[in-house]
Design a protein around this ligand. Structure first.
Ligand code: CA
Length: 405
């Protein structure tokens, strides 16, 4: 018997006994052990100012914000531009919530409102890599801002296309740039297709998108990944360290009338614009019969980067369904410490657990593949946000937008 088979047998035996052990003890305690905050790790890398309130005040960190404004994108952009921790090298709009003909001017409107026309805005993709564009005007209104109307922007985008802009900036500052992607991942995937070296040159990618607990546009898929699943797959498989802020946590970020009133009371252009967008979006939701306001999905991704203590993360190997007739855009999270594949606490670090293969669907008779195994062993590629401190998030978001923090 070769050693591989021995390990496999050992694993199966241990799996059976350890499953019982986990059931007998507390699954929750096990999960709590497995969940780690990246706050500590980030502060080792970043320039800490010695404060212990998460990550606020550190940096500045060079970032590129890839976005499809979008109600929650608009507030996320305003939050980012009001945050001294960020050095925003570029904003790169992409088609998503609404077509590029609207996301591009909406992004330009936001830099004008924030008085940040020093930030280059570079036009991105008009359509997903391999699919027809599906928009979300049902959630964001026909103009992408919930019906809130602002003047036509006078600022122009730079001539360089978004994907080229991303490559130029990352090459200029190797190892320093974090991509904050809060729309479909078309621009990032286009940049990676053009130069795969990009993956080893970025510091990381923080994305709003995906879900390990069901979708919002189909039962399987979250909107951003649904729109361009092929692009998302390229990103997850690129080797870039990904932080995924998905529906698992963003579902708990509903904007309320009270938030909007606080924004309205603050007398500055950013809070007034954010209040106008928020008020329109809440009314839009009410007209459609929802009891709660829209979720601030994208702002949570930005806030979680600013202050990692807002979120808790767990390591997964994430891949994307791209061939389903009903499920394209579903994100699958593989882990040796969860679900039916969970191991005894501590086991996830053992060789037996990390040798858990990553399995796809059973091979078809018509296909060329003979094995369902996609990867021989578990190696995480993504930190998935699994818990959120919603009140801490809104303290930061509303505080920054209103100018009190
Ligand atoms: Ca978005």
């Amino acid at each position: 018997m070769d050693s591989k088979k021995e390990i496999f047998r050992f694993t199966r035996r241990q799996f059976v006994t350890s499953s019982a052990a986990v059931l007998a003890t507390s699954g929750l305690a096990h999960q709590a052990n497995a969940i780690t905050s990246v706050a500590g790790k980030r502060s080792e890398q970043g320039q800490s100012n010695g404060r212990s309130d998460g990550g606020i005040g550190r940096g500045p960190f060079r970032v590129i914000i890839d976005t499809d404004p979008g109600v929650d994108d608009a507030l996320a952009l305003l939050l980012a531009m009001r945050s001294p921790e960020l050095k925003i090298e570029a904003i790169t709009p992409v088609a998503g919530n609404v077509p590029l003909d609207l996301t591009l001017p909406n992004a330009l409107r936001m830099v004008e409102i924030a008085g940040r026309t020093d930030i280059p805005v570079a036009a991105g993709a008009r359509a997903p890599l391999m699919r027809r564009l599906v928009t979300a005007t049902y959630a964001h209104g026909e103009n992408g801002l919930g019906g809130a109307v602002f003047p036509e922007p006078t600022t122009k985008p730079v001539a360089t296309p978004a994907a080229e802009m991303i490559l130029q900036i990352v090459r200029k500052y190797p190892g320093e740039v974090t991509l904050i992607a809060i729309g479909p991942l078309t621009n990032i995937a286009t940049a990676l297709n053009s130069d795969p070296q990009l993956a080893s040159m970025v510091r990381g990618l923080v994305m709003m998108g995906g879900s390990l607990s069901g979708g919002n546009i189909t039962p399987a898929a979250e909107f951003n990944v649904y729109v361009d699943p092929e692009a998302a797959r390229i990103v997850f498989q690129s080797g870039i360290p990904v932080t995924m802020v998905g529906l698992d946590v963003t579902r708990r970020t509903s904007l309320t009338d009270e938030h909007v009133r606080t924004l309205e009371a603050a007398q500055n252009p950013v809070s007034q614009a954010a209040a106008k967008i928020g008020r329109n979006a809440i009314n839009h939701n009410r007209e459609r019969g929802y009891l709660v306001g829209p979720n601030m999905h994208d702002s949570l991704a930005v806030a979680g980067f600013l202050d990692p203590s807002i979120l808790k993360f767990q390591d997964y190997y994430v891949d994307v369904e791209t061939t389903g007739e009903l499920t394209a855009g579903e994100t699958l999270g593989y882990t040796p410490v969860g679900g039916d594949l969970r191991r005894r606490p501590g086991m996830e670090k053992d060789a037996a657990a990390t040798n858990m293969p990553i399995r796809g669907s059973a091979p078809t008779l018509a296909g060329t593949k003979t094995s369902p195994v996609l990867r021989d062993k578990f190696v995480p590629n993504t930190k998935v946000a699994v818990e959120v401190d919603s009140s801490k998030f809104f303290d930061l978001l509303i505080g920054r937008l209103s100018g009190s923090k």
